[in-house]
Structures are given as structure tokens and as C-alpha cells.
Design a protein around this ligand. Structure first.
Ligand SMILES: [Zn+2]
Length: 283
């Protein structure tokens, strides 16, 4: 295998008709896929895919928006609108599978809001789910996959701090395992603080078309980076407008190489090394 998509969602209903076909296409292109759970149902789907394929791994957990009643995660059509509390026994039954390589995605999402829940109520529920998942990961020595999303433009965060600051404080206080900040959109300074805690960050296909990520991609050490698609969302150039699929992660690798001015082969080798280490993969 030559590439790895470290954060994909073949487990969402966007792929309910053809997840196995897409996983096979990824295998043909030598792409390993880590499917990330967002709730009990999608975590179960992610684990099922590990049993039906050779190139899929799973991360299991509860997305912060799935901890708030009625707050759907934008395009996540698998979202039921019913809130979950993180159920340790249930997730333990999934974690017994050898191809479960992490916990999440968990963290804070200030973007999605729900009627009847103040931002502070939502924050409290998300914080509870986040801390429960960190404890679960600590106990099993599994790395964490972290979701961060700030408020809508012009809106206040529930804490008055940036989502990166809030996630940092919780991780610093509780996490004893490595973590990755997925879909990173923070600053170089914020990234440096996560690296001090032993964290990594990952970028999606957004870096192929949005210039604002270039400074961070250029300046962070390659050893601290992962590539991902977050499919079915945000297809990279030249696939904009199509459903994003994990094999498209190759475009993210290419763009990282271009921005850093490093040969593609060096990026490919290093990102595989990073993922192997983070998720204890024997690729
Ligand atoms: Zn995701």
C-alpha cells in the first residue's frame, strides 16, 4: 500500500450502496482507509467495513454534534437528530476488534446549534462526551481523533475562547494518548502548542483550492502531518463537485509536496510512516 486516507467516512449513508466497491477501488490504487465513526450506528458500520475489506481500519466514537439533540452535522445524512451519550460498554464491544485503531471523532463543534439548547448547554454536553472518550482512549491506549469547528461568522463561541484553545485545554488536562486534530484550520502558533502535547494535525482536499491553509502547511514539520479526505465531503481539485472518495487523498499528498517544495515520494513515505506510528498499523 502506498497511501493512507487517515479520516474517511465510507461508513456514512452517502456510501450505503457502494462502500465496498469504493473500498476496492482504493485497494486497486494502493490506498489504505481509516473510516471514522460519528455515533453508535456509523461506528458499527466502520467496524463492519474492516471485516469486509483488507484495506479498511476503523476509529469509533461520538461526534460532538451527535451529543446535542436535534443538531445535525450539516451534510451528514446518517445523523438521526437524536442525541447520544457516550456508552462505554457499547463502544468497548466494538473496540475488541483488532482493526479498531483509535477513538473519535470527538471534540467541540460551535458551528451546529440546536433549538432549545443554549450554546452553553450544548457545550456542556459536548464536553461530557469528549472527556468520556478521552478516558476510554486512555484506558485502552488508543489515539484520539479530534474534531474542531468554530462558530458561524459573527457568532460568539460559548466560552469566549477559540475552539482550538478549548480543545487544547481539555486535551492537556486529560489526554494521556496521542491525538490528531483533523481538518485543521487553526494558526501555526496553535499547531505548535498541539505538537508540544504530542499531537499531530491533518489536512483535507480543501488545501487544493483554499489558499489560507498554505502558511500552516508550509511551516509545520512533515513529521507532524497526516493527509485525509473527510469524504464524502470536500473533494479536492480536480474532482470538485463530485462525491469525495478516499483514493482522492493522493491529490492532498501532491499539494503538500507542492506547497512544501519537497518531492512527492518524500511526502508519501513520511506520511505513511506517520500514520503507521500513530495508529500502530502494520502496512
Ligand atoms: Zn469526519
Amino acid at each position: 500500500m502506498k497511501y493512507i486516507d487517515t479520516h474517511a467516512h465510507l461508513n456514512l449513508s452517502n456510501f450505503s450502496d457502494d462502500a465496498l466497491t469504493v473500498a476496492k477501488k482504493c485497494a486497486d490504487e494502493e490506498v489504505v482507509v481509516i473510516n471514522v465513526g460519528t455515533n453508535a450506528y456509523t461506528s458499527t458500520q466502520a467496524v463492519a467495513l474492516t471485516e469486509e475489506t483488507d484495506n479498511c481500519y476503523a476509529i469509533i466514537g461520538l461526534h460532538p454534534t451527535q451529543a446535542i439533540p436535534g443538531a445535525r452535522d450539516g451534510d451528514d445524512v446518517s445523523s438521526t437528530g437524536t442525541a447520544e451519550v457516550f456508552d462505554t460498554d457499547f463502544y468497548q464491544s466494538l473496540a475488541d476488534n483488532k482493526k479498531v485503531v483509535g477513538v473519535g471523532e470527538c471534540g467541540f463543534d460551535y458551528y451546529q446549534t440546536s433549538e432549545g439548547y443554549t450554546p452553553k448547554d450544548s457545550y456542556a454536553r459536548q464536553e461530557q462526551a469528549f472527556i468520556a472518550q478521552i478516558a476510554f482512549a486512555n484506558e485502552r491506549n488508543l489515539p484520539l481523533m479530534i474534531h474542531t469547528r468554530g462558530p458561524k461568522p459573527g457568532k460568539e463561541s460559548p466560552t469566549g475562547r477559540s475552539v482550538y484553545q478549548d480543545v487544547y485545554e481539555v486535551l492537556k488536562q486529560y489526554a494521556k494518548v496521542p491525538f490528531n486534530i483533523h481538518f485543521y484550520a487553526g494558526t501555526c502558533e496553535e499547531a505548535a502548542r498541539f505538537f508540544e502535547l504530542g499531537g499531530t494535525i491533518s489536512f483535507t482536499g480543501v488545501i487544493t483550492f483554499a489558499k489560507e491553509y498554505e502558511v500552516v502547511v508550509k511551516n509545520v514539520p512533515l513529521e507532524r502531518l497526516h493527509a485525509e479526505t473527510d469524504c464524502p465531503f470536500v473533494a479536492p481539485i480536480p474532482f470538485r463537485g463530485k462525491r469525495c472518495e478516499p483514493w482522492m487523498v493522493q491529490e492532498v499528498y501532491k499539494k503538500i509536496a507542492l506547497i512544501k517544495g519537497v518531492p512527492e515520494e518524500v511526502v508519501r513515505e513520511q506520511l505513511l510512516t506517520n500514520a503507521r506510528a500513530q495508529y500502530s498499523l502494520s502496512l
